[in-house]
Design a protein around this ligand. Sequence first.
Ligand code: ARG
Length: 455
Amino acid sequence: MTGPSVKPAADPASGGAPAKLWAGRASGDINPALEAFNRSIGFDARLYEEDIRGSLVHAEMLGHCGIISGEDAAAICGGLRGIWGDMESGRLSADPAAEDIHTFIETELTRRIGEPGKRLHTGRSRNDQVAVDLRLYTRTALNGLRGQIEALLRILADRARRHKNTVLPGYTHLQRAQPVTLKVHLAAWGKMLRRDVSRIRNAVARMEECPLGAGALAGTTYPIDRDRTAGALGFRGPCENPLDAVSDRDFALETLSVLSVLMVHLSRMSEEIILWCSAEFGFARLPDAFTTGSSIMPQKKNPDLCELIRGKAGRVFGDLMGTLVMLKGLPLAYNKDMQEDKEALFDALDTVSACLAAFAPMMAAIEFNKERMRAAASEGFLNATDCADYLVGKGLPFREAYGIAGKLVAVCAKEKVTLETLPIERYKEFSPLFDDDVFLAVDLIECVRKRGLVK
Ligand code: ARG
C-alpha cells in the first residue's frame, strides 16, 4: 500500500492497544496472548469493502426508520465513504492490532466523526455483520471465477474447432481403447467445466438471503426494515430465521465443494496434458513460456504449471475438509470456531483463481501433434470393435464376430501390420463374410464418424 497511513484509533484505557467493542462487562486488560490469538484482522481485512457496504445500508436504514436521526445517518455514511476511499487508495490500512475488520472500521469511524459513529451498531451484532460480509464477498468472488471459467471454455472451443478430424486413441484403463477425435476429447473437458459453471450459479442462488437484522442470534427489538437492507445489498430478501442466519455457513461449504469439484476437473485435465507432453505419448508440446527447466538436466522441459494445479487440488480439498470438521459439532448459533471459516474459504477462492489464470493461457498456447496422435491410434487396434461390428452387419452373432476379430488382431500383432493394412485374402481365411468394404469399416476416422462423433 502506498501513501501516508492515517493512524487508527487507540483506547487510552488499555495502554494504547485498540479499543474493544465488547469492553462492557469485563474489567482489566485482556491477556496479551489471548488478544493476539483472538484476532482475525490478519485475514479478514480483505472484507473491508463488504463490511463498509453492509454498514452503509444499515446506517441509511436506521435513519430512514427514524431509529437514529437523519443527520447522524448522513454523518455515518459520509465517514464510512471516507474510510472506504482511504482504504482503497492505500492512504489508510487496517490496523494489525485491531481485533477484526468490523472493530477496526467502527473504531476508525468514531475517531473520525465522533458521537454519531457510536450509533452505527444499533440493532446489529458482529454475528449478522460477519455473515453478511462473507456472503457478499463469496458471491462476488464466485461470479469472478465463473467469468474465468467461461473465458477458458471459449479457448477450449476455439482449439477444438480445428480438430474435428484429428484422430487419437481414446483410453480405458489407460490402455488404447477406441478412436476418438481431439475435438471430442476437448469438448469432454468443456462439459466438465460447464457443469462447474452451473454449480456456481446454483450456489450463488442459494446465497441470496441477507442475514442483516438477525442481530446476535435472536433478531432485534428495533423497528428495522430488513427488506430495505437486503434489497440494497442485492439480496432476494432477508433470512427467515435469525438463529440460522448467524450460524449458517452452508454457503461456505457449498462454495468449497463446488471449488473442489472444479479442482478435480482442472487436475484431471492437467494430468492428461502432463501425459501428452511426455516423450512416451508425444501428443502435445508446451511452448517454452509454459515450461520450466531443470537445474541439472539441460534437456528438461517440465510441465510444472500442470503439476502445480494437480497439487493445489489437494489443498482446496483440505480447505473443504477443514471447514466441514470445524462446523460439524457446533451448537447453534454463533461460536468463535466459525472465525476459522475465512482462511479456508479465501485460500480456496484464491487458489482456484490462480489455477484458472495460469491454465487458460496455457491452453491457448499448447501445440498438438496430430501425426503422433494418429500414429498412436493406428498402432493400437482401436478399430477391432468395428471389425467385429462389420461381421455383425453381415449377419454373424456379436460373440462369434468378437472371436474372429480377436484372432485377426493376434495375427496382425504377430506380423506387425494393422487391420487397415492386412490383405483381404488374410481376412477371408478367418471368415468368408469379409470383403473389400471391410477397409472402410476399419478406417479410423470412419470409426469415429459411425459413432456420430464427427460434427
Ligand atoms: N471475527 C469474528 C469472526 O470472524 C467476527 C464475529 C465476532 N462475533 C463475536 N460474537 N465474537 O467470526
